[in-house]
Structures are given as structure tokens and as C-alpha cells.
Design a binder for this molecule. Structure first.
Ligand SMILES: Nc1ncnc2c1ncn2[C@@H]1O[C@H](COP(=O)(O)OP(=O)(O)O)[C@@H](O)[C@H]1O
Ligand SMILES: N[C@@H](CCOP(=O)(O)O)C(=O)O
Length: 318
């Protein structure tokens, strides 16, 4: 269901002459995405992924594609966009924005062990450090401003209990984001959606992070919180798996030690990471826009996690 724009090998024969990739040999639609039309593309020189962007515009895409290129050039494992003979990495196919990126080997690890979490922690820290000299800037478009705008939109659909939690957490996050502590947190480009289904592994070897289309500039700790809230929990309950938490955070801080301000902010940021996805899942569930929402993610998963991050035990950051 995820190929919205059809492309054939014939369509590509002429179009591909702008790339140093040789002739296209095979093209296979990828069924699992929900946002774009993605294809595995085999050419005379290797394996690639062709994406036709169905929602993001020619104006919005440069930030994401240039970030991926910058990270790939700094040895962070991410898909590298392929430039054409003019050096451009954003292209047009069937009138829509398109890109070709290198294909990551392996598959997503949906039942991670500590060894996988450690690999994610190491690469996440390397990604944050590599992003420091990236020349473009864009806010996290699913950050505080979006939370503020979205909260009143979803409130009417909630129970009294849910309404109370949503309002109270928005209030808490507003106060946290305006604190002096928050403003001292290190920041830069972050992935902001580094869930299990956005990382490839070949066995225990991490082969890359992908799906950068929620990336933006935000605190590094927010990225870590979003990642821990997905990689290091029991999915059925939302409870932390201590071994996976320790593996991820220790591997991260072996590359980039956490600051004192980050340690003091950890619980609030785990709440922020849970709140962001509770809110987006509520929005997608109650205000579906089109076919992409045929199988919306379960919002109650992140409501449960948020409650646990407010009241439950929090493993220390260091
Ligand atoms: N660079 C890549 N290398 C290997 N597989 C990829 C790559 N990019 C996307 N995929 C595959 O395509 C699927 C859909 O990609 P995703 O970015 O989640 O799509 P969408 O943005 O449409 O939701 C992924 O689950 C993955 O299997
Ligand atoms: N990770 C988010 C949904 C984002 O969708 P993606 O397929 O683009 O990663 C969630 O689980 O709510």
C-alpha cells in the first residue's frame, strides 16, 4: 500500500543518466512505508533506495537530505544521498521531489538485546557530535510550538482523566522549556524519531539510522530520551529494561559524556519524549488525514509510558 506513485524501469532509463550509478537493472516497490513511495533500486554499481516524496516539498527537503549527506561524510552510518552530474541531491521525478540514497544492509531489530542498544547509543552520540558543524538549521517541527498548537485539538477526544494529564503535562513542559536549566542543555541536529523501525542491523552490527524526516535542531537529551523510551522498554508495559537502558546510555556517554544539566533534566526529558509521541499518536488517531492513517499507532502506549515516567522509577542517566 505504500507505493503511491508508480515508477517503472523504463521511466528510469533516461532519468538515471544524470547519476554516476550505471544503468538501472531492477526496481522493487517497498510496501512498509507510510509516508513516501520507496523502491529498492539495483544498478550496475550497487544497491540503492529511490524515494519519491509524497508530502514534503522541494523547499522542505534540503535540510533533511543535506543533513544525511553531512552525517554520511562524517562516518555516521546513514543513507548517503547520491548527487547527480550537477552535484544536486534533490531531484524531480514525475513532477514530485525524489532522491536516491545508498541502501543499508540488514533489517530492523524489533526485539533488541543490550548489544543492539549499545550500538544505537554509540552511533547516536557520534551522530550528535558530527552534527555540530552542520551548516543548516531547522527547529524540531514536532517540538514545543507544535505541542502547544495540537493540545487543544485533541483534548475534546479524551476522557476527563486524559484531559487532566494532557493539560498538566503541557503546563509542566512549558515550565521546563523556559527554565535556565533547559537553556543550558547542549543541542544541535537530532533524529527525533529513532525508534526500532528506523535502524538497520546485520546481526549485531548496526548498519545505519534512516528515516530522517522528523529531524530538526533540538536538545541532544531529547533525542536520547525518545530513543530510550522505545529501545529500552518492555513494549507490553512501557517499563524500562534496566540492562538495555544501561547498555545504551553507557555506550552513548563513552563517546559523549552527559553534562550535569543533562543529568538534572533526564526525568523531565523522558516525559517530554513520551508526551511528544502521545500527542502525535492522538492527533493521527482522532484526526486522520488520509490513507496513511488506516492503521494508526496506539496512543495509549505513550500515555502509559508518560504516566510511568512521571510516577515510576527512573534509571539514572550516568
Ligand atoms: N536507505 C535504506 N536502506 C535500506 N532500506 C531502506 C532505506 N530506506 C528505507 N528503507 C526501507 O523502506 C522501508 C520504508 O521506509 P520509511 O522511511 O519508513 O518510509 P516512510 O517514510 O514512507 O514511512 C523501511 O522500513 C526500510 O525497510
Ligand atoms: N515513530 C512514530 C511514528 C513515526 O512514523 P515513521 O514510520 O515515520 O517512523 C510512532 O511510533 O508514533
Amino acid at each position: 500500500m505504500a507505493v503511491f506513485t508508480s515508477v517503472s524501469l523504463d521511466d528510469l532509463t533516461q532519468w538515471m543518466t544524470q547519476f554516476p550509478l550505471g544503468k538501472p537493472l531492477a526496481l522493487k516497490g517497498i510496501s512498509t512505508g507510510i509516508e513516501n513511495s520507496n523502491f529498492f533500486l539495483t544498478t550496475e554499481t550497487g544497491e540503492y533506495v529511490l524515494t519519491i516524496f509524497e508530502k514534503l516539498s522541494f523547499e522542505q527537503l534540503p535540510f533533511y537530505l543535506h543533513l544525511m549527506r553531512h552525517l554520511a561524510q562524517h562516518d555516521v552510518l546513514v543513507p548517503a544521498p547520491i548527487a547527480n552530474d550537477k552535484g544536486e541531491i534533490l531531484h524531480s521525478l514525475h513532477g514530485k521531489p525524489a532522491a536516491i540514497v545508498t541502501r543499508l544492509q540488514g533489517a530492523c531489530q524489533l526485539a533488541p538485546q543490550p548489544v543492539h542498544c549499545a550500538a544505537v547509543g554509540t552511533m547516536l552520540a557520534r551522530m550528535h557530535l558530527a552534527g555540530r558543524d552542520f551548516g543548516m538549521s531547522q527547529p524540531n517541527l514536532r517540538g514545543l510550538d507544535w505541542w502547544r498548537a495540537t493540545t487543544p485539538t485533541v483534548l475534546p477526544y479524551l476522557t476527563e482523566d486524559g484531559k487532566h494529564l494532557l493539560r498538566a503535562e503541557m503546563h509542566f513542559q512549558e515550565a521546563f522549556a523556559s527554565s535556565a536549566l533547559y537553556h543550558r542543555l547542549p543541542r544541535g541536529p537530532v533524529h527525533a524519531d529513532l525508534f526500532r523501525d528506523n535502524v538497520m542491523f546485520d546481526g549485531e552490527r548496526l548498519t545505519g539510522f534512516f528515516d530522517f524526516y522528523f529531524a530538526g535542531c533540538d536538545t541532544w537529551l531529547f533525542d536520547a530520551a525518545v530513543t530510550v523510551n522505545d529501545w529500552c522498554i518492555d513494549l507490553a508495559t512501557g517499563a524500562f529494561d534496566e540492562a538495555r537502558v544501561r547498555a545504551l546510555l553507557d555506550a552513548y556517554q563513552a563517546v559523549r559524556p552527559f553534562t550535569e544539566e543533562e543529568q538534572a533534566s533526564w526525568q523531565a526529558m523522558l516525559r517530554a519524549g513520551a508526551f511528544r509521541f502521545w500527542l502525535s499518536r492522538l492527533y493521527d488517531y482522532y484526526l486522520p488525514r488520509d490513507a496513511e492513517m488506516l492503521t494508526p499507532h496506539d496512543p495509549t502506549h505513550f500515555e502509559r509510558i508518560l504516566r510511568l515516567r512521571i510516577d515510576g522509577a527512573i534509571p539514572p542517566l550516568v
